[in-house]
Design a protein around this ligand. Structure first.
Ligand code: ATP
Length: 325
């Protein structure tokens, strides 16, 4: 095994708050161990186009508190082809990069797995996605900030819903996953949550809204965007059809969930994982995602980490039901 000297670092897929804290930790830890760091802008697309540059400890000053990613991110169709990946490999070699740290979600790790098998390039990954849908870590970088943003928004919506006696359908992110909806539903005291992991019965949902406590002047339904019965507008339309007398409003939270200053939890998570990324490469780890399980660093092969974590804790669902009476 040749000794690693120069680490290429990139963010890829959807951005997530805390990615900058992870970048800072990777760069500073590499320097601590006398390694060089090459930043790669715009993920795999930038790798193919040669958007590579040297980073030092000052490149990551004053970023731990900032949302987004200073390295920018992108999606790359070209990287899905062997020719595109060959171009990426050639660029890395040209810049002397001999190992990679990838920060992203399941798509990013699928690409990293294929690339690592095709070319001689050790890679480890850090889970940076607001969805918390990867196996091999209790929490992904960005999830805690995103759910706190949602709860803050729903608290505000509740104020106006109360004042007007309205039913609010709030759509949150989650194309395949109800993990954001479930936690934020509990934390914001929602009357109901609607998630893709469970079959949505519109009649049962309406029944629940109608037969809950009558003196409640506002009702909030949190909907994951990828629910089988449709997103916020669709669910809102169904409820309006059943209960024309309800003053129903739909609010799609959208991209505010991706932005903002990372919470303390995300900053610490990203810092721990960033340090572990460099130390694990030095220890010979390859093709693995760094996670934290039960407060301990854990290593999971990309292949397994990419399998969606679609397990919903039934106890959390029960809690929504009990507490919304
Ligand atoms: P998020 O969960 O936030 O969406 P992600 O990492 O899953 O993040 P994707 O857009 O799915 O985001 O993937 C990021 C990039 O990874 C893609 O644009 C593509 O370049 C690369 N990628 C994804 N799937 C593959 C694949 N099968 N082969 C090669 N590269 C891939």
């Amino acid at each position: 095994m040749t000794q690693i000297k120069n680490i290429g670092l990139f963010t890829s897929g959807g951005d997530a708050p805390g990615m900058n804290a992870a970048i800072r930790a990777v760069v500073r830890t590499a320097i601590y161990y006398n390694l060089q760091v090459t930043g790669i802008r715009r993920g795999y697309e930038g790798m193919i186009n040669g958007e590579l540059f040297g980073m030092d400890e000052k490149s990551v000053a004053n970023i731990i508190q900032r949302g987004g990613t200073i390295l920018k991110t992108a999606r790359s169709e070209q990287f899905k082809t062997p020719e595109g990946r060959r171009l990426a490999y050639d660029q890395l070699k040209r810049h002397g990069v001999d190992a990679l740290v990838a920060i992203g979600g399941d798509g990013t790790f699928t690409g990293a797995r294929i690339f690592g098998n095709e070319h001689d390039m050790p890679i480890v990954g850090l889970p940076g996605t607001i969805d918390n849908d990867l196996l091999g870590t209790d929490f992904t970088i960005g999830y805690d900030t995103a759910i706190n943003t949602v709860v803050d928004a729903v608290d505000k919506i509740r104020d106006t819903a109360e004042s007007h006696d309205r039913v609010f359908i709030v759509e949150v992110m989650g194309r395949d996953s109800g993990l954001i909806a479930l936690r934020t539903g509990i934390a914001s005291g929602a009357e109901a949550i609607v998630i893709p992991e469970t079959k949505t019965d519109i009649n049962a949902l309406c029944e629940r809204l109608e037969h809950g406590r009558r003196d409640k002047s506002s009702k909030i339904v949190i909907v994951a965007e990828g629910d089988d019965a449709g997103g916020g507008f669709e669910i809102g339309r169904h409820i309006k059809e059943k209960f024309p007398h309800y003053d129903t409003r739909v609010s799609i939270l959208g991209h505010i969930q991706r932005g903002g200053r990372p919470t303390c939890m995300d900053r610490v998570l990203a810092s721990r994982m960033g340090v572990a990324a460099i130390e694990s490469l030095r220890d010979g780890h390859r093709n693995e995602m760094i996670g934290i399980i039960h407060n301990e660093i854990a290593y999971t092969p990309f292949e397994y980490a990419c399998k969606h974590n679609d397990e919903i804790n039934p106890n959390l669902l029960r809690i929504v039901e009990i507490l919304s009476i």
